[in-house]
Design a protein around this ligand. Structure first.
Ligand code: ACO
Length: 428
C-alpha cells in the first residue's frame, strides 16, 4: 500500500482535506505527488526557483547538500575521480556501470573517430566577429551541428541515442577549441586521432599550425601528463550535477520534442551565466580586480552589504549547505600541483585570504556559504595555461555527458511531460 500525505487547507474558515501519494526515493527526501492538486483545489503552488519542487525522478546523480556528498550512479565522487578517467566516468553515466578494459578501449576509439568536424561547419566561424567570446561561438557551433546531422530528429532507439551521445561528446571539444582559436585569430588545429580525449583537447588549444606544440630544435614536445591528469579530473568533477539550471533547461527543451543538439546548445547558454557555470571565469576576473591581499577586507565588506550588488564569486550554492565535495577535490589537487606546475602565487594568496576570512565570518557561516567548485577551478585552469574566456567552455566539455544522459533519461521516462509552469497573474 502506498503511503499517503493528507493536506488540510483552511481558507476563509473552509476546511478541506486532500490526500496525495508519498513518492519514495532511494536516498534523500521523499516527495508528495502534487500533480492533481490544481485540478482538485483550483490553487497553484508558488515555488520561485523551484527550491521545493522535484521536477522528475532520476537515477543518475545523487547530492546530499547538508553532508556535502555527490555520487554518480551510486559512486562517491572523491573515489571515482581518484581511480577512474573522465572517459570511464562518461561510460558510467551513459551505461550505469564502469567499463571493462575492452569496453573502454572501444568507447575511446568511437570517440576519436568522431572528433572531426564537418568541413562546412568550420566555415561558420568566419562569420563571427574577431574577439567573439568562445561561449557564443561554441553554442552556435553546437546548434549548427543539428543542420549537419539532422537525421536524429526522431531518435527513438538505443542505437540512435548512442550515436548522438558519441557525436556530441567527441565533437564539442573540437568546436570549443576552434571557438577559442577563432577568438584570437589563429588557425584551427585538427584533432589528432592518436591522442587521448583530454590530451587531444589541450593539443587543439595549444599547438602551432604545423602541429608542433613548441618550436624546439628537436621538434615535437609532449604535453605534461600532470596537466592532462589535472584537466581530466576537472572534466570528471563537472560531468553531472542532477537538476541544476542548465540541466533543467536541457530537459525543458527536450520536453518540446526539439532536436537533441539544440537541447544541449540551450544547456550551454544557460551554463554561461555567472550565477552558474560562468562563475569560474568571474572568479579569476574578480581576483584580478581585487588585485592585492590588502584589498580583500574591503571586498568582503561589499559582499556582505545588502545594498551592494557585489557577490563573492565562487561562494554559495543552492544545494550545498556544506563544503562542495568537488571543491574539496580541487583544493587537494591545487595543493598537489603546487609541487609540479606553476600556480599564480599572487592570485593564490588573494584567494586563500578570501577563503580564510569567509570561512570564519558570521555572515558566511550563518548563510552556509562555502567555496564551490568554481572557486578553485580557475586557478588550476590558469596554471594549465587555459585562458579565462575558455573556463566555462571547459565546464561545457565536462558537463556534455551529463546533459546527454539526462536528455536520454527524460526521453525514456513514460511520465515525462512538456515543461509548463504556471504563474500568479498580477497585471491589468
Ligand atoms: N556572496 C555574498 N553573499 C551571498 C553569496 C555570495 N557569493 N551567495 C549568496 N549570498 C547571500 C545572499 O545575498 C542571501 O543573503 P540574505 O539571506 O541576507 O538575502 C543568502 O546568501 C542566500 O543567497 P541566495 O541568492 O538566496 O541563494 P541561491 O541558492 O538562490 O543562490 C548562488 C545560489 C546563485 C550560487 C549564489 O550563492 C551566488 O550567486 N553565488 C555566486 C556565484 C557562484 O559562485 N555561482 C556558482 C555556483 S556553482 C555552479 O553553478 C557550478
Amino acid at each position: 500500500m502506498k503511503n499517503k500525505a493528507t493536506i488540510v487547507l483552511d481558507i476563509n474558515n473552509q476546511k478541506k482535506e486532500y490526500s496525495y501519494d508519498i513518492l519514495d526515493s532511494t536516498r534523500g527526501p521523499k516527495s508528495i505527488d502534487m500533480r492533481t492538486f490544481y485540478k482538485e483545489s483550483g490553487l497553484f503552488t508558488y515555488d520561485v526557483g523551484f527550491t521545493s519542487t522535484a521536477s522528475c525522478s532520476s537515477s543518475i546523480t545523487y547530492i546530499d547538500g547538508e553532508k556535502g556528498e555527490l555520487r554518480y550512479r551510486g559512486y562517491e565522487i572523491e573515489k571515482l575521480v581518484s581511480n577512474h578517467s573522465y572517459l570511464e566516468v562518461c561510460y558510467l553515466l551513459l551505461n550505469e556501470k564502469l567499463p571493462s578494459k575492452e569496453q573502454l578501449k572501444n568507447f575511446d576509439i568511437e570517440l576519436r573517430h568522431r572528433s572531426f568536424l564537418h568541413e562546412g561547419l568550420k566555415n561558420i566561424f568566419s562569420a563571427f566577429p574577431d574577439n567573439a567570446h568562445p561561449m557564443a561561438t561554441l553554442s552556435a557551433g553546437v546548434t549548427s551541428l543539428a543542420s549537419f546531422y539532422f537525421d536524429h530528429i526522431n531518435i527513438k532507439d538505443d542505437l540512435g541515442y548512442k550515436e548522438m551521445a558519441y557525436r556530441l561528446i567527441a565533437k564539442i571539444p573540437t568546436v570549443a577549441a576552434f571557438s577559442f582559436r577563432h577568438s584570437i585569430g589563429i588557425p584551427f588545429i585538427e584533432p589528432d586521432i592518436n591522442l587521448s580525449f583530454t590530451e587531444n583537447f589541450l593539443f587543439m588549444l595549444r599547438a602551432y599550425p604545423h602541429h608542433n606544440l613548441k618550436v624546439t630544435k628537436d621538434g615535437q614536445e609532449k604535453i605534461d601528463p600532470v596537466e592532462i591528469k589535472a584537466l581530466d579530473t576537472i572534466f570528471s568533477l563537472h560531468a553531472d550535477h542532477e537538476q541544476n539550471a542548465s540541466t533543467t533547461v536541457v530537459r525543458t527543451v527536450a520536453s518540446t520534442g526539439a532536436h537533441p543538439y539544440v537541447a544541449i546548445s540551450a544547456g550551454i547558454n544557460a551554463l554561461w551565466g555567472r550565477a552558474h557555470g560562468g562563475a569560474n571565469e568571474s572568479v579569476i576576473a574578480q581576483l584580478q580586480m581585487i588585485g592585492s591581499v590588502d584589498n580583500v577586507d574591503k571586498y568582503i565588506k561589499k559582499a556582505k552589504d545588502p545594498n551592494d550588488e557585489f557577490r563573492l564569486m565562487g561562494f554559495g550554492h543552492r544545494v550545498y549547505k556544506n563544503f562542495d565535495p568537488r571543491a574539496k577535490v580541487l583544493k587537494k589537487l591545487q595543493d598537489e600541483l603546487k609541487q609540479t606546475i606553476h600556480l599564480d602565487s599572487h592570485l593564490l594568496d588573494i584567494a586563500t585570504k578570501i577563503e580564510t576570512i569567509a570561512l570564519n565570518d558570521e555572515y558566511f557561516i550563518k548563510r552556509n556559504l562555502y567555496p564551490n567548485i568554481d572557486f578553485y577551478s580557475g586557478i588550476i585552469l590558469t596554471a594549465l595555461r587555459i585562458p579565462k574566456q575558455m573556463f566555462t567552455a571547459i565546464f561545457v566539455i565536462g558537463r556534455t555527458v551529463g546533459w546527454i544522459t539526462q536528455y536520454i533519461e527524460f526521453k525514456k521516462d513514460k511520465q515525462s511531460k512538456i515543461a509548463r509552469p504556471r504563474q500568479i497573474y498580477k497585471g491589468k
